[in-house]
Design a protein around this ligand. Sequence first.
Ligand code: 4AD
Ligand code: MG
Length: 465
Amino acid sequence: MEKLKRTKVADLLKSTEYDKMVNVKGWARSHRGSGKISFIALNDGSIIHNIQIVVERENFDQDMLKGVTNGAGISVDGKLVKSMGKGQSVEIVATEIELYGTVDQETYPLQKKGHSMEFLRTIAHLRPRTNTFGAVLRIRHALAYAVHKYYNDRGFYYLHTPIVTGSDAEGAGEMFRVTTLDPKQPPLNQDGSVNYKEDFFGKATNLTVSGQLEGELGALALSQVYTFGPTFRAENSNTPRHLAEFWMIEPEMAFYDINDNMDLAEDFLKYLVQYALDNCMADLEFLNKMFDKQLIQRLQSIVKVKYKRLTYTEAIVILEKSGRKFEFPVSWGIDLQSEHERYLVEQHFKRPVILTDYPKNIKAFYMKQNDDGKTVRAMDVLFPNIGEIIGGSQREEILERLLTRIKEMEIPIETMWWYIDTRKFGTVPHSGFGLGFERMVLFITGMKNIRDVIPFPRTPNNAEF
Ligand code: 4AD
Ligand code: MG
């Protein structure tokens, strides 16, 4: 007989071609019943649901059947039939079962159900096989696709910005050094410092913290570009919202002012949420049921409301008048903490908030300076449960003002000549922002910790797998 072509579970569950012979491959989630008939719940990761395999046991090798336990990898030929049982549309009556790989139930870490998220992080090589991580990873994929679709449909070009760079885009100095020098015997300058001229790139280099500066170069030629790549920050913040390696989407638009920038940010966020509602409902329903009963409702409401826009200064007044005792006291000039951001969003306005015009001293050198001499045209989008999800700004396009700021902030100007050049040659107003991809996935999945929305999280003291 000719070998049957494999069909994925996602497609079989939609099929109405009853009595057709099909092949399905995957991992058994359970195998129960031992009399005449047993049932295998088979999952291949194409969809949250399993397909049920009906096994008339006398037709099969008994030792082989014993090997089909939770986690085993198998291939099944059989007849697709309408299911009599509740909860599934079709099932497969097996005619052939091939056992690819058995599982030692004594040592299989996923033998039991209901593991804690903390434990699952220690087995990141196996956790994609759980329902929860299957759902999260499928949603993550859908959102990555939606990002590209959104910008492609609007005439933005995807610009690949470098991962190894000689500059510090955010000027925060939280970078991972990239070097091929021997750590035991690096070449030294006269003054004892490391001589990076002898390093691979002939200079000191790091992993990028942001693709923005190169994104600006692209926007000042192609009008509208976006980057979507990994970024790295060596900040030692062990929080549920920080990763040392995370993905960022950074659109950059020539001829946009801060209001255009806010409009785009709000539209983009709503689009991603709507995309998940339209394309990931089975997974969202699972997460809603298991983790967060308000999830779907929250997503549906966030696409409808208008985000509240106000200045940092106005927000400080609200926080000061709130009567709340915050862990970090509030006064004009402070960098807002997650507790402040979440108070504004969750308690005060009860909707996403976009704060603008932050003090220049807590923001990066490239932001456009307001005429008050104190604030810059920054915009942060704050989300419920998350806090800051987007950071962006209109950019300082005036050469003299940019140079002043670079000097004030003591940024090594010799590493920035190419960026400064854009302000000399046909400078124009422009704006952009960065969306932390994992923070968006965190919001849309309703998970509680950012380590659970990226396949292999990188955090302080954790780079296994
Ligand atoms: O606010 P940030 O630092 O802005 C930038 O990097 C700008 N260059 C963006 C731009 O204007 N093109 O970071 C942007 C977003 C944050 O709002 C947050 O969502 C996310 O990136 N982010 C992190 N996500 C996970 N782990 C971290 N350590 C993050 N740091 C920032
Ligand atoms: Mg920020």
